[in-house]
Design a protein around this ligand. Structure first.
Ligand code: ADP
Length: 475
């Protein structure tokens, strides 16, 4: 047939049947699959093509006659075996370009192809089912784990509210239990998010929210530990960013939370900074760019790629010393990508790390014009002074200020909305914010907050609505 040795090798081992025949209809070459499927050995050579496709080819004086149109198009034919049984094939028969007067037939067994695709579909469905069972199992287990952890945490917090008369050791133990429960809570939530993301069941819930309030809240969760460690914290937010943006507030907060707690975990001297800038605006969408920097232990060049993989920690000694599951950054990466952005890291060993990520958020109509005007302001005016920032944050945190009340009311109404929709998981998150905002509140308010929290953990609708009404009245 005039093929080179390597051509012959690949044709011979092709997965489809290949037959070459001449003007007379005589088969001059058949590959391994063709011989096997048609039930011949080397005796297929020399057989007339009409023996293989009797419905398509007839014997004729000039060799063969056919109504089949040769070309690149696939057609359905019936192939006959040597023992005269037959099977349907999808075939292409073409004139050989390099060997005029020779024809090449390539054919696939339709039944086998269908069988294979049915098998593939079955394997796919089985894998999907297994993944579903696994994620349901993980979701159930984590939910079951969360309830007792929350129960312990709630009771410990209750005890810690009134430490008078307790000896130093008891208070210390209670604080340790509180911290352990908090850590366990974080791990459980991470596993739950990870399994949902892995199963493709994760959906973002974008809505309009006050961007700086979200940042202030994230900051409020870390500032006391940052100060305790003697580290500096600086936050700059470009005023080009609209007051309200449309995005998933909880998930953006979660990414920042994770990056800030890593920065805090791996830094013992120096400072942590958080900067947010607007990098692009297209119609009613803005691209935001977040930068979280620390002056901590840093990451080796070779380890940078491993960071965003699941269950990956730089090395075992680090995880022993600092703890963690290695899921945080993988979840951050997946969340950032769902928001149309990217996450990256720059780091130098023993000098510090900078994690940055971008995401796209929506802008509400009123904010669009304001953003356009701010775009023309000189760069020197684009940074809020950090004392103003600090003051604003303090006002939100300090119980009883108008800012604090406004925030509390907003979170309460979000909480009750989640409860109405039976989204207990989300309600718990708003509850956590309310708890933070009432840390300095009088005992009677704190007691109602605690009751409300317990009712949410127990998913008790009546008690939640009662607690909600009581707290709303107190505000
Ligand atoms: P974990 O929940 O265990 O902290 P992450 O996915 O958040 O998991 O982080 C994975 C690993 O990346 C950490 O164990 C640590 O080795 C490294 N890492 C993350 N952030 C920093 C940082 N700011 N400085 C140094 N190492 C970091």
């Amino acid at each position: 047939m005039g093929l080179s040795e390597s051509d012959l090798f690949s044709v011979d081992n092709a997965l489809e049947m290949i037959l070459v025949f001449d003007r007379k209809g005589i088969i001059s070459y058949a590959n391994h699959v063709a011989k096997k499927k048609l039930g011949y050995d080397s005796d297929l050579h020399g057989v007339h093509i009409k023996e293989v496709f009797p419905n398509t080819f007839q014997m004729a004086e000039e060799g063969f006659a056919t109504e089949y149109t040769f070309g690149n198009e696939t057609q359905n034919l019936v192939a006959y075996r040597k023992n005269l049984t037959c099977f349907p094939v999808e075939a292409k028969i073409m004139d050989s370009v390099s060997h005029p007067g020779t024809y090449i037939c390539m054919a696939n067994d339709i039944l086998e192809k269908e069988f294979l695709s049915r098998e593939i579909e079955q394997v796919r469905q089985e894998a999907q089912q297994a993944l579903k069972v696994k994620s349901e199992f993980v979701a159930n287990v984590t939910h079951e784990l969360r309830t007792p952890v929350n129960g312990i945490l709630g009771n410990v917090k209750d005890l810690l509210d009134d430490v008078e008369g307790m000896d130093h050791r008891t208070v210390k133990s209670l604080r340790l239990i509180e911290r352990c429960c908090g850590d366990m809570h974080k791990i459980i939530n991470n596993i739950l998010d990870f399994s949902k993301l892995e199963a493709g069941k994760f959906t973002l819930e974008p809505r309009s929210f006050h961007f700086r309030n979200m940042l202030d809240y994230v900051k409020s969760k870390h500032i006391s530990k940052i100060t305790e460690k003697g580290l500096g914290f600086f936050m700059t937010v470009s005023p080009q960013i609209p007051e309200y943006i449309i995005g998933d507030e909880l998930r953006i907060g979660q990414i920042l939370d994770n990056l800030l707690s890593n920065a805090l975990k791996f830094t013992s001297v120096g400072k942590i900074t958080l900067e947010v800038i607007r990098t692009a605006q297209v119609n009613d969408k803005v691209e935001l760019f977040f930068i979280v920097s620390d002056s901590g232990i840093g990451i080796d060049k070779g380890d940078k790629d491993k960071l965003f993989q699941s269950f990956s920690q730089v090395d075992a000694s680090i995880s022993r010393k600092y703890g963690g599951t290695g899921l945080g950054l993988n979840i951050c990466k997946q969340l950032v990508e769902l928001m149309g952005g990217r996450i990256e890291v720059e780091s130098e060993k023993n000098k510090g790390s900078t994690f940055s990520f971008s995401l796209w958020a929506g802008v509400s109509e009123e904010d669009k014009n304001a953003v356009a005007q701010l775009g023309e302001m000189p760069a020197s005016l684009l940074h809020e002074s950090s004392t103003e920032e600090e003051e604003k944050f303090e006002n939100i945190r300090r119980y009883g200020t108008p800012e604090n009340k406004e925030n509390l009311k907003k979170n309460l109404s979000k909480l009750i909305l989640c409860v109405e929709m039976e989204n207990w998981e989300k309600a718990e998150m708003f509850m956590e914010t309310i708890r933070h905002l009432t840390e300095e509140a009088p005992q009677e308010v704190k007691r109602v907050v605690l009751r409300l929290k317990m009712a949410i953990q127990k998913e008790n609708y009546d008690k939640v609505t009662a607690g909600y009404a009581e707290l709303s009245q107190m505000l």
